[in-house]
Design a protein around this ligand. Structure first.
Ligand code: ADP
Ligand code: MG
Length: 261
C-alpha cells in the first residue's frame, strides 16, 4: 500500500532522545494502527488512519479542534470499542487528560493508588508522587490542589502503572504559561527516566516543537503530515530549524502566517 504520509526529513541537527522508527523497527512498534476508522453518524472522524509509534518515541499529535485527536487517543487507550481497523499496543497504556480527573473524596495518594494492583501500592504511589515533586501534598484533598499540582498528581497516577505507552490529551492547556514551562521540563525528565512511548495531543505547535521527536498533523481523519525534530533538548523555540518547522506546521493546520513573526 502506498504510504499516505508526507514527511520532511531535512532537519539534521544533532539528534538527542529516542529515534523515531526505521522501517525495520515497525514489527516491534509500541503502538501500531492500520486502517483505523471511527464514524459518528454520517461523519468519519477517523478515516482509514495508519500510525506507528516506536518504543520510547515521543510523538506529538496536532490538529484543529474537532479533527479527531481525542477520538484517536481514546481508541489507543482502549476506551472506544466502536472503532474499526487494526490497533495493536504492546504493553500497558496510561492516560492523562486535560482535566486531571482526580476523585474528590480520596486524598492525593489514594487517587494515585486507585485501581493499582501491585504488592505495595502505597509505596509505589509515594515514589511516583516524589518523582513529580508532590510528596508534601500526598495527604491533601484534590480540591485544595493548584492546577499544576493536580496535573502532577494525574501524571503520577499514570506513571505508577509503568506504562509502555503514555497518552497525554492536552494535559497542560488549562495551565498558566510559567506552570506549563515547568510541566514541560518535568515531562521530558520523566520520559527520559522511564522511557515510555508518548503520544501527546496538543493544539499548541510550540509545545509539540519543544517536546517531541516527531510531530503529526491529523487532518481529514488521517495523519496528513509528519516531521521529525532532531534538535537537542532542552530546545530554544527560536532556533532556525524550529522556526521553519513552526511555519510549515501552521501552514498544514491552515493558519496563514504571512506578515507575522
Ligand atoms: P479533537 O480532540 O481533535 O478536538 P474529538 O476527537 O474530540 O476532536 O472530536 C472529533 C469530532 O467527533 C468532533 O466533531 C466531535 O464533535 C465528534 N465527536 C466526538 N465524540 C463524539 C461522540 N461521542 N458523539 C458524537 N460525536 C462525537
Ligand atoms: Mg480533544
Amino acid at each position: 500500500m502506498a504510504p499516505r504520509l508526507r514527511s520532511v526529513e531535512n532537519h539534521r541537527a544533532e539528534r538527542v532522545g529516542v529515534p523515531a522508527p526505521a522501517p525495520a523497527d515497525l514489527g516491534a512498534a509500541t503502538a501500531s494502527v492500520r486502517g483505523l476508522s471511527r464514524r459518528f453518524g454520517d461523519r468519519a472522524v477517523l478515516d482509514d488512519l495508519d500510525l506507528d509509534i516506536a518504543p520510547g518515541e515521543f510523538v506529538a499529535l496536532i490538529g484543529r479542534s474537532g479533527s479527531g485527536k481525542s477520538t484517536l487517543l481514546r481508541a489507543l487507550a482502549g476506551l472506544d470499542r466502536s472503532v474499526t481497523g487494526e490497533l495493536t499496543v504492546n504493553g500497558t497504556v496510561a492516560v492523562a487528560f486535560q482535566e486531571p480527573r482526580l476523585v474528590p473524596w480520596k486524598r492525593v495518594l489514594a487517587n494515585v493508588c486507585l485501581g493499582l494492583r501491585v504488592a505495595d501500592a502505597r509505596a509505589a504511589a509515594g515514589a511516583a508522587l516524589a518523582e513529580v515533586g508532590l510528596t508534601e501534598r500526598a495527604d491533601a484533598w484534590p480540591l485544595t490542589l493548584s492546577g499544576g499540582e493536580a496535573q502532577r498528581a494525574s501524571l503520577a497516577r499514570a506513571l505508577v502503572r509503568e506504562p509502555r505507552l503514555l497518552l497525554l490529551d492536552e494535559p497542560f492547556s488549562a495551565l498558566d504559561a510559567l506552570t506549563t514551562i515547568t510541566m514541560h521540563r518535568l515531562v521530558v525528565r520523566l520520559w527520559a527516566h522511564h522511557e515510555p512511548a508518548v503520544l501527546l495531543v496538543t493544539h499548541d505547535v510550540d509545545e509539540a516543537l519543544t517536546l517531541a521527536d516527531r510531530v503529526l498533523v491529523l487532518a481529514g481523519g488521517r495523519i496528513g503530515f509528519s516531521c521529525r525534530i532532531e534538535a537537542p533538548r532542552p530546545r530554544d523555540r527560536n532556533q532556525p530549524e524550529l522556526t521553519a518547522l513552526r511555519t510549515r506546521l501552521l501552514a498544514e493546520l491552515g493558519v496563514d502566517t504571512e506578515g507575522t513573526k
